[in-house]
Every structure is written in C-alpha cells, then in structure tokens.
Design a binder for this molecule. Structure first.
Ligand code: HEM
Length: 108
C-alpha cells in the first residue's frame, strides 16, 4: 500500500534526534537525508561515516525504497558495525509511511 507522508512525519520523530531533512538540513549526529532515494550509501559530503560504510556490500549500495525498507527494519543487522544506534522499525505500514515522507525531500 502507498504510504502516508503525514503519518511518516510522525514516524520520523524517532529519527530527528540524529537526522535532518528539508531546505535547512545539516549533518548532525547522522547525515542529512535529503534526496535519499537514488543516492549512493555513505555519500553525503562532509559526513564522517563509520568504517562499516567502506565495506563493499554497503559502499556499492544505492538507496531505494526497497533496500531502505530492509535496512530500517534492522539497521545493525543489515549494516554490521554501523554507528547508527537505532533498533529499527518493525511495522511495514510505518516503514511505508516513512518512505512516503522521505520522498518529499527527493528534490532538496
Ligand atoms: C545513517 C536513516 C535513526 C544515526 C543512516 C542512513 C539512513 C538512515 C538511510 C544511511 C545514510 C547514507 O547512506 O548517507 C534513518 C532513519 C531513522 C534513523 C529513517 C529513523 C527511523 C537514527 C538515529 C540515530 C541515527 C535515532 C542516532 C541515534 C545515524 C548515523 C548514521 C546513520 C550516525 C551513519 C552511520 C555510520 O556511519 O555507520 N540513517 N536513521 N539514525 N544514522 Fe540513521
């Protein structure tokens, strides 16, 4: 089912401690997430990624709604050694809503 961006904004409250989106987004604890889909993993200028982002499986990844959905269910299992300390989101509906929200920033 297509996600609901307004519901996704509420899901993003769990991310906002570490990530920003929108025209004024900066890298903080985590990289800014504008233009995520279609972006190479670990490619935000000025953000110092962990060594986990140098491993081939991660370095070759281009973010898509599909691989993001897998990642955000269990970030530390999908990206061993990542500094993103976040348990993940189990609800497929919440993940779809989050994707719909993040898509709004594809052109930022
Ligand atoms: C990395 C999404 C929650 C800290 C990332 C990346 C994505 C992402 C897509 C990879 C970015 C890239 O390749 O440029 C999210 C979403 C969250 C969330 C959607 C909420 C559902 C958090 C939280 C924290 C955090 C709560 C801090 C406690 C980080 C850090 C990285 C990262 C530090 C870089 C990891 C590394 O260098 O190993 N996040 N994140 N994230 N995130 Fe999150």
């Amino acid at each position: 089912a297509a996600g609901d961006p307004a519901a996704g904004e509420r899901v993003f409250a769990q991310c906002r401690a570490c990530h920003q989106v929108g025209p004024t987004a900066r890298n903080v604890v985590g990289p800014q997430l504008n233009g995520l889909f279609g972006r190479k993993a670990g490619s935000v200028a000025g953000f110092n990624y962990s060594p986990a982002y140098k491993t081939p499986a991660v370095a070759e990844k281009v973010w898509s709604p599909e691989n993001f959905a897998v990642y955000i269910r269990n970030p530390r299992e999908v990206t061993p050694g990542t500094r993103m300390v976040f348990a993940g989101i189990r609800s497929e509906n919440q993940i779809a809503d989050l994707i719909a929200y993040l898509r709004q920033f594809d052109a930022e």
